[in-house]
Design a protein around this ligand. Sequence first.
Ligand code: AMP
Length: 301
Amino acid sequence: MSILVVGSIAFDTVETPFGNVEDVLGGSATYFSTSASYFADVNLIAAVGEDFPDEHVAFLKEKGIRIEGLQRLPGKTFRWKGYYDYDLNQAHTLETHLNVFEEFKPSIPEDFKDSEVVFLANIDPDLQLSVLEQVKKPRLVACDTMNFWIENKPDSLKRLLSRIDLFVINEGEAREFAGEYNLVTAARKILDWGPDKLIIKRGEYGALMFGGNSVFSAPAYPLEDIFDPTGAGDSFAGGLMGYLANTEGGDAYRQAIILGSVMASFNVEDFSLNRLKGLTLKDIHKRYGEFKSLTHFEDLQ
Ligand code: AMP
């Protein structure tokens, strides 16, 4: 089954304790689509400027991502500049230039309108809402966001939450949005705003899923070589939604969270999409197995 995604396509300038890159391909929709493309068909909705090179468009096509909903608008592509210090869980934004996203009016191609699975990746919540309004009757709608939108458009974000099934957010942002330090209390408050399930991403500490009365805790892969956490959240969401697009019931959510964690663990091993783009299903399944043995234990004797 295919996934409809809207989000940012960006030029990122990033500094981490292990190196730096300037104006490399990034953006929430780019990381999400590349990661999800290993598991499902992806229909992308986004905008780029006149400065966006054809080679990046060719890369998306090579990954099998459908780009009929990608608009090239007058002006510049979205740009984000940030850095990480030794706490790699915390991105520090230095500059955000919305550029073409200030004028972007998402228009969903006719064939994408009956998408059953929708991912509203991190972008202006009003754009996320406008995409959702154009989709007919989705079975599963999930969304992500970040502090920039929590601080600038909290009301739009709450309106959006009342219409989605699954909300994926990182730990610091969950605390900020809910105005609560305790994560369990923050989760309860966010779930009261609408979604059935909430996944809180905790960087190198894994992820927690809340919903109904249950909590599931997933580990992160203990990696020795981490170069750049940018895009970890979106590649996590790509694995998660890619699996949920084709699997329902049973333990699907738990498996999907681990698959998401697998994709995020690969992504942080290099800058931009360098590691994510060359994976094979064999690499992915091998690491999934390693995740399984990482947390497996037997009952007491
Ligand atoms: P993450 O997966 O959370 O690390 O997201 C990383 C991506 O988010 C980067 O490639 C940025 O280009 C993109 N990004 C940063 N700020 C924003 C924003 N305000 N809106 C949309 N995308 C953003």
